[in-house]
Ligand binder design. Structure first.
Ligand code: GLO
Ligand code: MG
Ligand code: MG
Length: 413
């Protein structure tokens, strides 16, 4: 193949993208509670060892593009859109007004707001630092975000504690730090109750997000389970207002089965928001788009969520690869992430209504014939031995559904 001239590269991407086919319409995409973060679309490809590969994109452009693709909801960190120095000033009000206009114009709703308490130098010792004034500043930021959330019509606030941890041992006393961290959340909930009452709106759902490693060496609340413990520790004044925003990859990173982590959150009634992406076990936070690495695991995750009636947001918290251009972010990265999610969600519906899986599952639950004596371990084992082969059969059926073999995809060799 000849070198591809610069001016033909975009159209090549567009043509091959169209050739992929199978895209859902923006109207179809809007039927799902899919949310697009400002920071994901605006990510420039930078990291500790990486220079940016893309140009800056502002919120007006991100919201416009989301609207066009059919991503009906947008979310943001406070400082994604408001410079830290302008927080709480008249400049903030002007920006919020511009956001409101952009949302309205593109028929996009703000679903969630979150406070950046990890990037700015003031949070070097975390938002629950020893210094009372740093903690007061952190609480002010959280309360300010709650206000912005209500102004933008959001229903959720998310908290990723980020720098709540340490690099070197001994300086941070964990119990004290967690108590201080709880004070910040308590302030946000109190503010929410006040503002919601004044505006005649329901209070926000406050969702904590865990990540096992990064950006600190050691993390005080590394997993969703740790956060469930924290929520019920007695430190929160409004534990009923606080739930979870698990992220698929964050659970996978520490070696968990994400589906089992989600199941535990469901049992506690705390699965309120969900960051969807993909990646690898025991690696850093690569934030690959949903379904590109573990589609079978994703299918299983969505079977669990569908069967439990999860109806919260699916938040596209991933990073378009550094190899994707600004054009590619909106032409390839976001639409394909959304479409893979929709396909996997619909496939999960196929799994739930699949007669083979249903019959196998029912048979497993019915069990084999009862042994006369409950102590007769040999008889109990023997009475179930053939039935248990169904576990592997179900796993095979799930792969068939994933690859379309249940609808006749077949290689006649
Ligand atoms: C980083 C997190 C981050 C959060 C965001 C929302 O690893 O996933 O993107 O989701 O700060 O609070
Ligand atoms: Mg996340
Ligand atoms: Mg992540």
């Amino acid at each position: 193949m000849k070198p591809v001239p610069i001016k033909e590269q975009k159209s090549l991407v567009n043509r091959l993208m169209d050739a992929c086919g199978g895209a859902y319409s923006p109207e179809t995409r809007r039927k799902y509670f899919i949310t697009g973060p400002q920071w994901a679309a605006a990510y420039e490809g930078h990291a500790l060892f990486h220079a940016p590969t893309r140009k800056t994109v502002g919120f007006e452009e991100v919201i416009r593009q989301y609207g066009e693709i059919g991503i009906g909801h947008w979310c943001t960190h406070d400082t994604d859109v408001i410079p830290a120095a302008a927080i709480g000033t008249a400049e903030q009000d002007k920006i919020v007004t511009r956001i409101q206009k952009a949302l309205k114009k593109n028929d996009v709703a703000c679903s969630m707001v979150t406070t950046e308490t990890f990037h700015h130098a003031v949070f070097a010792a975390s938002p629950a630092a020893e210094s009372p004034q740093v903690r007061e500043y952190a609480a002010t930021r959280l309360c300010n975000t709650v206000n912005i959330g209500h102004q933008l019509g959001a229903s959720y606030a998310v908290y990723w504690p980020g720098s709540l941890g340490y690099f070197v041992q001994g300086a941070v006393e964990e119990t004290q730090t967690l108590k201080w961290y709880a004070e910040g959340l308590n302030a946000a909930c109190e503010e929410d109750i006040k503002v919601a009452a004044a505006m005649g709106r329901p209070t926000l759902k406050h969702c904590m997000e865990a990540k096992p490693f990064e950006p600190q060496a050691e993390i005080l609340l590394p997993t969703s389970d740790a956060m469930l413990g924290f929520i019920s520790s007695g430190l929160l004044t409004h534990p009923e207002m606080v739930g979870l925003n698990p992220e698929y990859l964050h659970e996978l990173m520490w070696g968990a089965a994400p589906r089992a982590a989600l199941a535990r959150a469901l049992l506690c009634g705390k699965l309120w928001h969900f960051d969807i992406n993909d990646g690898y076990r025991l690696k850093h936070d690569v934030d690959i788009a949903v379904g590109l690495v573990n589609p079978l695991d994703w299918l299983n995750v969505l079977v669990l969520l569908r069967s439990h009636g999860y109806n919260g947001p699916f938040n596209l918290d991933y990073k378009p690869p550094r190899t994707t251009s600004n054009h590619g972010v909106f032409k390839v990265s976001f639409p394909t992430a959304v479409d893979r999610f929709i396909t996997l969600w619909e496939m999960a519906g196929d799994v739930l209504s699949d007669p083979i899986i249903n019959e196998a599952t029912d048979a497993l639950k019915a069990g084999g014939p009862r042994a006369k004596d409950v102590h007769d371990v040999e008889a109990i084992t023997k009475n179930h031995a053939e039935l248990l082969t169904l576990h592997e059969l179900i796993a095979h059926r799930l792969v068939q559904i994933l690859i379309g073999a249940h609808r006749g995809r077949h290689y006649a060799l």
